[in-house]
Design a binder for this molecule. Sequence first.
Ligand SMILES: [Zn+2]
Ligand SMILES: [Zn+2]
Length: 141
Amino acid sequence: MSNEKVIQILQDHGIKPSYQRIKIYEYLINEKNHPTADMIYRELAPGIPTLSKTTVYNTLKLFNSVDVVQKIMIEENEVRFDADMNKHGHFKCLGCGDIYDFPIKSTAIDYGMPEGFELKDEHIYCTGYCSECSSLQEKTS
Ligand SMILES: [Zn+2]
Ligand SMILES: [Zn+2]
């Protein structure tokens, strides 16, 4: 994604596109690896000496508050981030620990919400083994 496009997206959401914010968004959209805040900090800090962990955390919080990124809480003890706001599910491989995207084919899931409840946000999280890890398992067992 081009620099101009990134700036456009941030501005469209009312975010002042500072250098650090652009870099953090670019990382998320290009890597698509559903990183934690710490991962983003570790990857970007060598190239941006002025970057602090607090800046990364605050930037992600800001991005999330205006729906530029979504939080993925597939793990109780860590929050991951995703700049892909299209509806998709997340699959965590119990072998390699990677988080994969998968499309959600049904457009309407019948949740059976109680009367008067308003659904704001929905996440589909699955765990299991990715194709590589499941073929490794077959070979070793
Ligand atoms: Zn795997
Ligand atoms: Zn995703």
